[in-house]
Design a protein around this ligand. Structure first.
Ligand SMILES: [Zn+2]
Ligand SMILES: [Zn+2]
Length: 178
């Protein structure tokens, strides 16, 4: 108990950052029993940046460097579009080893505010699920379904299936979060 601090860093801010941050705090609390705290805004790492896109793994690496031992996990949020090795774009990346994740909301934007929020919540839940050891899941509707398009993001639910939820709880218990 008590090992429940999760830090949230931003790489760049825009009009949607505030909404995204407050949803992140909610998601961390509701789905992971974590206390999300804003850690600050950092310059987007330019390593391997390419036309209009930043390199997700450089952000992940940056997070592993700044994460203090007092935090059980760290989440980076960015308005910039990101890509990873072998992938044209990603909604997010995660490292269970370093317990760090990055989520980009560049491709989640829509004038429908409710839809935007639901997408943001799903992607944060998904990447943080990876942070705590969950893998992709094929149970229909589970938030750990792999999604490579907005269509797939919108198709899945915001929650873990029973199996993922049980596995997650075990991990959180092992870490002393719950
Ligand atoms: Zn995934
Ligand atoms: Zn599942």
């Amino acid at each position: 108990m008590g090992n429940n601090l999760a830090l949230i860093a931003t790489f760049g801010v825009d009009d949607f950052t505030g909404t995204t941050l407050s949803e992140a705090v909610d998601v961390l609390k509701e789905k992971f029993h974590l206390k999300g705290e804003y850690f600050g805004n950092f310059s987007p790492p330019l390593l391997n940046a390419r036309d209009g896109q930043l390199y997700a793994d450089a952000m992940l690496f940056h997070l592993t460097k700044i994460k203090p031992p007092s935090a059980v996990a760290i989440l980076g949020i960015t308005p910039y579009d990101i890509y990873s090795d072998g992938l044209n774009f990603v909604f997010g990346v995660a490292s269970p080893h370093y317990r760090a994740a990055v989520v980009s909301y560049a491709r989640l934007l829509t004038p429908d505010r409710e839809l935007f929020i639901s997408r943001v919540r799903k992607e944060i839940t998904h990447e943080m699920g990876h942070v705590f050891g969950l893998e992709h899941c094929t149970t229909p509707g589970c938030v750990m379904n792999f999604s490579n398009s907005l269509y797939e993001v919108d198709l899945k639910g915001e929650n873990f299936c029973d199996r993922c939820r049980k596995k997650l709880e075990e991990t959180l218990r092992g870490l002393g979060v719950i």
